[in-house]
Design a protein. Structure first.
Length: 174
């Protein structure tokens, strides 16, 4: 029973933390197989994240060619109590390129407008902007040293939350 309460509390913390951030770090793969890091404003959808990316942006092109990516949502370093243990959540994601004729297009745009304002409507009118739905394939929630949790499943809060107890190990001195 105690574990269920803790798991429910952790899931709520993850969602509240994500809601407190407005942009995410996005790592995608270029056509020649190299990692590329960038950022994008995001909105929260039905257990997913939405981003609106231009074809001019490298990460937008990357996701069209390889939908596998990684997302990091992290506490600002200015407000972090410990720089080496900033509050964060990261996910492996699958990016779904949602076309304007898809009914999910408006759902994603509406979520982005609600979070970031009318500028999204103006950007979405340009033909070089694409809406991506980022669906988690698992992740990790880190609250600090010794407080890391694996998030299993295809949901933002994790269908299963597991405390990672391996911890750091002292280096052997020769």
């Amino acid at each position: 029973m105690k574990n269920q309460v803790l798991e429910k509390q952790l899931k709520q913390e993850v969602i509240e933390f994500i809601q407190s951030r407005k942009s995410l770090q996005l790592s995608s793969i270029t056509q020649d197989g190299k990692a590329y890091a960038s950022y994008a404003p995001f909105a929260i959808g039905d257990d997913c994240l939405y981003v609106l990316l231009s074809d001019i942006a490298v990460h937008g092109v990357n996701l069209q060619h390889n939908p596998e990516a990684s997302v990091l949502i992290i506490e600002d370093e200015d407000t972090a109590g410990e720089l080496f243990a900033r509050l964060r959540v990261n996910y492996s994601v699958s990016a779904d390129n949602i076309g304007i004729d898809d009914k999910r297009w408006q759902e994603g745009i509406d979520a982005l407008v609600a979070r970031h304002g009318d500028r999204i409507n103006h950007l979405s009118e340009h033909s070089d902007f694409r809406l991506f739905k980022l669906t988690p394939n698992g992740g990790r929630y880190v609250k600090g040293f010794g407080r890391a949790y694996a998030l299993a499943g295809k949901s933002l809060a994790g269908e299963l939350v597991d405390h990672m107890r391996d911890g750091h190990k002292k280096r052997e001195v020769a």
